[in-house]
Design a protein around this ligand. Structure first.
Ligand SMILES: Nc1ncnc2c1ncn2[C@@H]1O[C@H](COP(=O)(O)OP(=O)(O)OP(=O)(O)O)[C@@H](O)[C@H]1O
Length: 242
């Protein structure tokens, strides 16, 4: 479970998140929706532990990550995968090296063990035959798959964070990425947070939905809950997509 308790974040004098409370049960996917600049990525940074809140806290499986010491934070991050906007792969490394990179940095696995793990991950995302390709040789959808494989590099991923995972992809490819995200969730019982602008994809991957506006949560709940919201902003947001 991931729980945000009264989370307040500011950049200088500007409050970006003001007393946010959210709970994502184990094995579920929370989609964060809102306008550009509303603080969605900022939530992911707090959960990753790369940004410290002014007040409030983030609990992951009961552990307050804002108080973890460096070693414990690293151990915690080993079970957390982040899929960045556009995939954010290293262009100079091969697909296999991109996935291996995290294992070289964070584990003591031998070269043979790293290769076996990389092959398992690439097989999972359907890209084992591209192990020696460079990211520039791949389509946008394939690059996202590699980014997902890299985010799952830990033996037992518990949390997956996705920042705009389907932006810039055609509708078919977007759906295949959403299907893959669902498969990761199912097979590893990961607890997931997804930031997206795309309502179709949000419904594909989400169990729960949260709208952020003016630094606050204005609605959170199931698809049914948000579709029945009386909030004018949410009504407009939902109607724009239909
Ligand atoms: N390091 C920073 N220093 C100052 N302001 C920042 C910093 N990072 C983000 N911001 C500002 O904080 C606000 C929230 O940013 P954030 O990236 O969380 O929004 P977002 O909802 O994810 O936006 P988008 O959908 O466009 O990615 C934005 O106005 C942004 O300009």
């Amino acid at each position: 479970m991931i729980r945000l308790e009264n989370l307040t974040v500011a950049y200088g004098p500007r409050v970006i998140l003001d007393g946010i409370n959210l709970e994502i049960p184990t094995g579920k996917t929370m989609v964060i929706l809102g306008e550009s600049g509303s603080g969605k990525t900022t939530i992911l940074k707090c959960v990753l532990g790369t940004l410290h809140p002014v007040s409030g806290r983030v609990l992951a499986n009961g552990q307050d990550i804002s108080t973890l010491k460096e070693d414990d934070l690293l151990r915690f991050r080993q079970r957390m995968g982040m899929v960045f906007q556009e995939g954010a792969l290293f262009d100079s490394l091969t697909v296999g090296e991109n996935v291996a990179f995290w294992l070289w940095e964070h584990t003591w696995l031998s070269d043979e063990e790293v290769e076996a793990r990389v092959r398992t991950l690439l097989r999972f995302v359907g890209l084992e035959s591209s192990i020696d390709a460079k990211p520039s040789d791949l389509s946008g959808g394939m690059r996202r798959r590699v980014a997902i494989a890299r985010a799952m590099a830990a033996e037992d991923p518990a949390f997956m964070l996705y920042d705009e995972p389907t932006t810039g992809l055609d509708p078919f490819t977007s759906k295949s990425i959403c299907d893959l995200m669902r498969r990761v969730q199912r097979e590893f019982t990961t607890t997931n947070i997804v930031v997206t602008h795309d309502l179709t994809d949000a419904y594909r991957v989400g169990d729960l939905f949260t709208f952020i506006k003016d630094a606050k949560v204005i609605a959170t709940g199931s698809r049914r809950d948000i579709e029945h919201s009386d909030d004018p902003f949410i009504k407009t947001f939902l109607s724009l997509d239909s």
